[in-house]
Design a binder for this molecule. Structure first.
Ligand code: PLP
Length: 351
């Protein structure tokens, strides 16, 4: 604590990302990265972007990327915003759509950043409990509010909400902005992008960090009514007009064009997920059926924290959240088959 700090920064608890250990051989299943490399086409496109043109600022509007995304997702470029990862876009949303004194509704168990941003920007919020089965209950969100923010599929539960329920949220709250973070939707959820022509209060956020193997590149997209997109552009242009560099724009466009690699990596992950779920269950774990690239698993009678630490000492990194309701679970990213078999051997040994 320092006398020069703002009151907000003195009081805030920042988000804590999963560890990024740099040393030695390890099995890294703690931050939901994709175990497969980005496609050759993406790497080539980025290499080709390393030219003298880097002396110029990048296109602030990401025109070609927004065109590519619009045609890929069946929407129009005015309905697309591109940012430096989806976390940045989420942060912009708080400034774009809410003022201090406004009320947000956030599920009690979800991506922790939603509460961190609310604290940073001084937006009030109420947490809405998931059901005992860790499901989002649309009825529980029947409260007056200025905004709703949720992840679908949810993290870290891995459970997806049917599109009709997302639609009910948008329909029941015409005065609120409903923000749906679809970071994991490619692994098994239903996207709300097709609803956008019908709801001018709905904003869908995507990332290239998980399903597209590009966590290191920092690319996120938002889709919504052009008026919502314009608000995001205004916030961006009050902070940093050039959030997405030339290389990232080129890599992201190439990723959208390489459907084959994308589909094949997704299929591998979904396949490994289903095998790992069965094997963990056979080993005595309780595993929540996942629509994402991670599993929530608990072992009856054994504290998850101890398991997490024991795995860590074997250089196997998973995630543990010391938070009520989920502190009996390990969150395990679905890696390669080999990663999962190392993990399973260790867990069998420890239980
Ligand atoms: C990983 C994750 C993000 C962050 O994505 P970036 O694009 O890498 O910033 C956003 N939301 C959820 C729910 C995530 O799990």
């Amino acid at each position: 604590m320092n006398k020069y700090w703002s009151e907000t920064i003195k009081g805030i608890i920042p988000y804590v990302p999963g560890e990024q250990p740099r040393t030695g051989r390890l099995v890294k299943l703690n931050t939901n990265e994709n175990p497969y490399p980005p496609s050759e086409a993406v790497l080539e496109a980025m290499k080709s972007a390393v030219t003298e043109r880097l002396k110029l600022y990048p296109d602030p509007n990401c025109t070609l990327l927004r065109q590519a995304a619009a045609s890929y997702y069946g929407t129009s470029p005015e309905m697309v915003f591109a940012g430096n990862g989806s976390d940045e876009i989420l942060a912009f949303c708080y400034k774009a759509f809410f003022d201090p004194g406004d009320w947000l509704l956030i599920p009690d168990i979800t991506y922790n950043f939603y509460e961190v941003y609310a604290d940073l920007f001084g937006i009030s919020y109420q947490t809405i409990p998931l059901t005992p089965e860790f499901e989002v209950s649309v009825q529980a969100f029947a409260e007056p509010c200025d905004g709703i923010i949720l992840a679908n599929p949810n993290a870290p539960t891995g459970k997806a909400l049917p599109l009709i329920e997302i639609e009910a949220l948008a329909k029941n709250h015409p005065e609120a902005v409903v923000i749906v973070d679809e970071a994991y939707v490619d692994f098994g959820g239903e996207s709300a992008i097709p609803l956008l022509p019908f709801y001018d209060n709905l904003l869908v956020i995507r990332t290239f960090s998980k399903s597209r193997s590009l966590a290191g590149l920092r690319i996120g997209l938002a889709f919504g009514h052009p008026d919502l997109i314009e608000a995001l552009i205004r916030v961006r242009d009050c902070v940093n007009c050039f959030t997405v560099d030339w290389i990232a724009q080129a890599g992201a466009i190439a990723s959208l064009r390489d459907e084959t690699t994308f589909r094949s990596n997704l299929a591998s992950i979904v396949n490994t997920r289903s095998k790992a779920t069965s094997l963990l269950r056979a080993a005595g774990f309780e595993v929540i059926a996942s629509s994402t690239n991670f599993l929530m698993a608990s072992y009856p009678g054994l504290p998850a924290k101890g398991l997490y630490e024991a795995l860590r000492s074997r250089n196997i990194f998973v995630r543990f959240f010391p938070k009520p309701r989920i502190d009996q679970y390990l969150r395990i990213t679905v890696g390669t088959d080999e990663d999962m078999s190392i993990l399973l051997d260790a867990l069998t040994d420890l239980t």
